[in-house]
Design a protein around this ligand. Structure first.
Ligand code: ADP
Ligand code: MG
Length: 219
């Protein structure tokens, strides 16, 4: 078995055609090792969300290869890609994206393959949420983001990708959520995408992205 959870080999991504063509990623290489916390830091428009969409197999590269646990994903069908996404990848967005009419337990169970209420409430407890029958608007934004993290972990993914996970949080809540992400790291590999320089202190590996070019930073 390979030690590489996620690998990008010379990945290019172009949107549109002709005059409206935008090349969002320009031949990027990326390798994530097991149980590491990786940060891709870059300004708005540099290509971070494009990386999320490719790494979670929601979109496909224009050129290059993406390997997940050593498996080349280039030739997979849409349904095979969805299956990998559901089983192996957890996603967290800037906004917790919880469903307002579902309580916290129901929100956490949404992606679950076998609906196990006890397990879902255990995962919620692990991220510090005990009020599992409350609704999203009854808890703080920080707690909502904790629920989103619980939901991303519910299928025991190999990789958690978080796009600007602290973008809506103040300094204190950012620290609390980052402490939690640090704990999760012992079980999962994490890829964070952000423009927040303060997150560099937490990461094992730092990559910088600018204008579609990615480089590894010496840290
Ligand atoms: P970031 O997340 O770092 O802000 P993105 O990956 O969202 O960057 O965007 C990178 C570049 O690709 C930007 O120039 C953006 O306008 C462009 N882009 C992103 N998604 C699309 C799309 N679906 N269609 C056309 N252009 C896009
Ligand atoms: Mg983005």
């Amino acid at each position: 078995m390979t030690n590489d959870i996620l690998k990008f080999k010379e990945v290019w991504k172009t949107y549109g055609a002709d005059k409206t063509k935008i090349t969002a990623l320009k031949g990027i290489n990326l390798e994530l090792k097991k149980n590491s916390l990786n940060l891709i830091l870059g300004p708005s428009g540099s290509g971070k969300t494009t990386i999320l969409n490719l790494a979670s197999l929601l979109n496909t590269p224009t050129n290059g290869e993406i390997l997940i646990n050593g498996q080349n994903t280039s030739k997979l069908s849409k349904s095979e890609r969805s299956k990998i996404r559901q089983n192996k990848i957890g996603i967290v967005y800037q906004r917790a994206n919880l469903f307002p009419y579902l309580n916290l337990l129901e929100n956490t169970m949404l992606p679950m393959i076998s609906k196990d209420m006890n397990n879902a409430s255990k995962v919620l407890n692990n991220v510090g949420i005990v009020e599992i029958s409350k609704f999203p608007d009854e808890i703080s934004i920080e707690k909502q983001q904790r629920v989103a993290l619980a939901r991303s972990m519910i299928n025991d993914p190999h990789l958690i990708i978080a796009d600007e996970p602290t973008g809506e949080l103040d300094k204190k809540s950012t620290e609390a959520v980052m402490d939690l992400i640090m704990q999760i790291k012992s079980k999962n590999t994490i890829l964070m995408l952000s423009n927040n320089l303060n997150l560099t202190e937490y990461c094992d590996e730092l990559f910088l992205i600018k204008d579609g070019y990615l480089q590894k930073s010496k840290n």
